[in-house]
Each structure stands twice: as C-alpha cells, then as structure tokens.
Design a protein around this ligand. Structure first.
Ligand SMILES: Nc1nc2c(ncn2[C@@H]2O[C@H](COP(=O)(O)OP(=O)(O)OP(=O)(O)O)[C@@H](O)[C@H]2O)c(=O)[nH]1
Ligand SMILES: [Mg+2]
Length: 485
C-alpha cells in the first residue's frame, strides 16, 4: 500500500470515529485536500514582493501589489472552471462576493465585513499554472499593524505543524550585500521556525541588489549561494534562490505600448542612456526623453529602474527586436524559471508525501485535542505510518542533517541530500545523473552508490549518527534498484 492509501485509510477510520460530531466536516476537508493540488504559501516581510511573485508564477496580474502595505487578507488562488471569489469568515458560512478586475489585478468587494473577521478569500481562477499548485498570498510579517502580521503567523506557524499550507516560499529582500536581513526575518519571529522539509528561501527583488547595476542578478546569485551554504540558513530552508519578481511579472504581461515606450528610451548613445537612467528621479526629471511623466511613471512602476535600464540595453544592442522577444529575454533573466524548477523538484515531486504529512499532523492534533472512543488506536496508526513510511524517514534524516545533528564532510552531506531527493526525487536526480540518463546508466550508478554506502555504514570508524542516517540512505538506494532504476 502506498503512503497515500495508508493516509486515506486512517482518514476513513477517523471519519467513522467522529461521524456524529462537529469534526466530521474537517475530516472530509482533509480527504478532499489529499486529492487537490499542493498548497504553497508565499510568506515574508511586508513589501518583500510576495504578491508580485505570485503574479509572475501565474503569469497574470491577479494579486494587487503596491508600494504601500497592500495584502491584508490571506488570499488563495486556485484553478477552477469559473471565475469566482468566496469570502470565508472566521465565524459563519462562506459566501460569494463581487469582484472587479481593476488595472489588471482582482479587486474584491468585501462589503462591510472587517478584514479581521475574514479567515481568507478563496479566488477560483481558471489557469493552467494553478493546476498542480494552489498559491496562497499572505500579509507581510512585520506589518505595521500587529494584527495583520499575526494573521500570517498563525497561518504558517510551522511549530504548529497543522497548517493549511503544505509548503512555504519565504521571501526576503536583501538590500545591502553582507547584512543578515535574511536571517533576521526568521529570528524576529521567535514563535516559529521554518522547517527545511517544506520551506524554500527566495531572495526577492533581486534586481535591487547591487543598486540596480546591470549585473544585479549576478550579485544576487552569488549572495543566494552564500546563504545556501550557511548552516544557520540551511536549518531553516532547503535552498535559497534569487528572483526579480517584478521583471518576471512584467515580462509575462508585457504590452506593445510598453515596448514602444522603451524604444523611445533606448534611442540614444550608451553614455546618454546611462545618464538618463542613473536613478528613478533622473529618469522622471530629464527633458531628453520624449515620454510624458505618466508614461515614465508607468514604466518605473512596471519595470523598476533596473528593468528599464536592462530593457533599454537589450533593445539598443538589438538582442531583442520585438515585444515578444523582450518578454522572453526578461523572463530568462528574472530567475523565475529557477523558482519554478525548484517548486517542481522539491515540492511537486514530493506532493504525496507533503500532503500526507499535512493530513496526518492535522488528524493527530484533532485526536489529541478531541479524544473519543477509538482515538488512541487512531493515534497509534498515525504514529505507525509516520514511523514506517520511508519518505518520512528520508525527511527526518534531511532535517537532522540540516540541524547539524548528523555531521559529515561537506561532500558526504551533499551526496546524502542528493540521494534523499534534495535535488529532485527522480532516480536520475538522486544519483546525480543527467535527466535523460538511460536505465543501464541509472542501474550502474545505483549499484555503485549502494556498495559505497554499505562500506561506509559498516566502517567502525563511522559515527553512530551517520551510520543510522546511512541506513536510511541505503534503503533509498535499494528502493531505486528495486523499482527498476
Ligand atoms: N525592483 C523591484 N521591485 C519589486 C519587485 N517585486 C516587487 N516589487 C515592488 O515592490 C512593491 C511591493 O510589492 P508587492 O508584491 O506588493 O509586495 P508584498 O510582499 O506582496 O507586499 P505586502 O502585501 O504589502 O506585504 C511594489 O511596488 C512592487 O512593484 C522586484 O522584483 N523588483
Ligand atoms: Mg502582497
């Protein structure tokens, strides 16, 4: 039986146990959720670019974004057949509410309901991009209003493992190379710590790093890889990737008018271009560009000064010749594809595991808080699944590696993480081969890895913790071999 089947079985048992209680519906919801797309929350400090990244991932301007504090209510974006917004209050029944699409983004009319009384807005939006994953936009942590900030924390609080999200993208902007803002985000929230099992760090607004120089994304990539190796960061998130969300969002929704305006900006010598684009203020004030202030403001709003500079350079050097090519090039440079790839390998390939994990934790909590005839047995069944499923054993080893409880040389740790699925869960990824590796190549690599790990586990000089972790790795490799890899 698969892990998912086991989870479905205990959910069925729980459903019978709580049949006549108020909790039956919650169990039904857990069951529905197992079959639904993975839920990924986008969290981080105020103004870190959460809503912008969400839009970039969907490829449409859905979530409102703004320079002022903007997202005040947790908002879900999910695929469906019709366009619809459901207001889910803390108390009472969910109800459909009107919305308009203003300047691109979806503006919901919550009537006279106070934001504090709303648990979430649930937006159904037909989109291919939301087919595998439901994205959840959250209010910023560290919001001026403690109330709003609390809303996010009580939502993603990972110490309480029973949260509505299966996985989290933590956004952090980094304005000065060398400061530890990234870590500070996590530390100023003592109540909760991200868990590397289902959390990815995103160095957001990456174009602003290096003060908008053309190689800003290069600097961001270097900073992200430094964070990635930092043990303090590693125990919080699985990896860190840089992204210029605004560039990606704009690229996905670029218009012909915008392209034409950029041609006007690009129509001068490199020196002159550099001059007029030195800063946003200079760009707004210069009389050298035949664009109205509204048009300039619009460009800044959509591209940021770095984006305008980059787009002008691409046009002037004839790297791109039309709006479509510019869109592709900007998307390429934004880092969005890397975020997508990481979402796919670290979250989506493990979706059953992450979803079962969420369901089992939620159920265990219910059983602990609402004891009933049969809940003791239910809890021991949950315990048995959590202890028995190899996928969970892998996640536990991963956590201990990240928490520094199992120590080994860097290259051994890297190899273990890879075998445990940190670079992707396919056999080829786990064995460090190219994605198109053939079955023979995969089988040979698996046999070599097995021999090496058996030697390591049997070596009396190997530390006990590493030996225990090594046994899990060995089972992983045996599984790869058994599945015909
Ligand atoms: N230069 C630049 N600006 C960005 C980027 N991403 C977002 N912004 C700008 O930053 C501001 C805030 O972006 P949002 O996406 O609303 O940020 P948020 O984290 O959702 O903000 P709250 O919901 O208020 O917490 C907006 O003016 C965006 O245009 C980026 O990658 N680069
Ligand atoms: Mg927002």
């Amino acid at each position: 039986m698969s892990l998912l089947d086991d989870t479905i079985t205990v959910l069925g048992d729980a459903r019978r146990i709580y049949a006549d209680t108020d909790h039956a519906r919650m169990i039904d919801d857990l069951r529905t959720r197992l079959a639904a797309p993975l839920r990924v929350a986008i969290a981080g400090k105020v103004k870190s670019g959460k809503s912008t990244l969400l839009n970039a991932l969907v490829g449409e301007q859905l979530a409102p974004t703004d320079e002022g504090e903007c997202t005040k209510i947790i908002t879900w974006y999910r695929d469906g057949h019709t366009y619809q917004v459901l207001l889910v209050p803390h108390e009472g029944e969910p109800r459909q509410v009107p919305f308009v699409r203003d300047a691109g983004s979806v503006e919901v009319d919550i009537g006279d309901t106070a934001p504090g009384d709303i648990e979430r807005l649930d937006i159904t939006w037909p989109s291919q991009r939301l087919r595998d994953v439901t994205l959840i936009d959250t209010p910023g942590i560290g919001s001026l209003s403690a109330d709003i900030s609390d809303r996010t924390w009580s939502f993603i609080r990972p110490d309480d493992e029973d949260t509505p999200a299966d996985a989290v993208l933590y956004l952090m902007k980094h304005l000065h190379a060398g400061d530890l803002d990234f870590l500070a985000t996590f530390h100023d929230t003592e109540v909760s710590k991200p868990n590397p099992i289902n959390a990815i760090g995103v160095l957001s607004r990456a174009d602003e790093i290096g003060v908008g120089r053309l190689d800003a994304l290069g600097s961001a990539t270097r900073i992200a890889s430094r964070y990635r190796r930092d043990p303090r960061v590693r125990r919080l998130v699985q990896t860190v990737v840089p992204v210029a969300g605004l560039l990606a969002e704009t690229a996905a929704t670029l218009t012909e008018d915008e392209y034409r305006a950029l041609i006007v900006v690009a129509d001068r010598s490199p020196k002159e271009t550099e001059d007029v684009l030195l800063s946003a203020d200079r760009f707004m004030e210069t009389s050298d560009i035949a664009l109205t202030s509204l048009e300039r403001e619009h460009l800044l709003d959509r591209f940021g000064i770095f984006g305008v500079r980059l787009a002008a350079m691409l046009i002037r050097r004839e790297v791109v010749a039309n709006a479509r090519e510019l869109s592709t090039e900007l998307l390429d440079r934004s880092g969005l594809e890397d975020v997508r790839e990481i979402l796919a390998t670290l979250f989506l390939q493990r979706r059953d595991l992450l979803k079962s994990r969420s369901a089992l934790f939620a159920l265990d909590r219910l059983a602990a808080e609402q004891p009933h005839t049969g809940t003791d047995e239910l809890r021991s069944d949950i315990e048995r699944i959590l202890a028995g499923a190899h996928g969970f054993a892998e996640l536990r080893v991963l956590s201990s590696l990240r928490a520094g409880q199992v120590t080994a040389k860097d290259e051994v740790v890297d190899e273990m993480e890879r075998l445990l699925g940190c670079s992707g869960a396919t056999p080829a990824r786990r064995l460090g081969l190219e994605d198109d590796a053939g079955p023979d190549e995969i089988a040979a690599a698996a046999r070599d890895a097995l021999a090496a790990w058996r030697r390591r586990a049997e070596n009396p000089l190997t530390q006990h913790d590493l030996q225990v972790a090594g046994q899990v790795v060995i089972r992983t490799i045996e599984g790869l071999i058994a599945s015909g890899a």
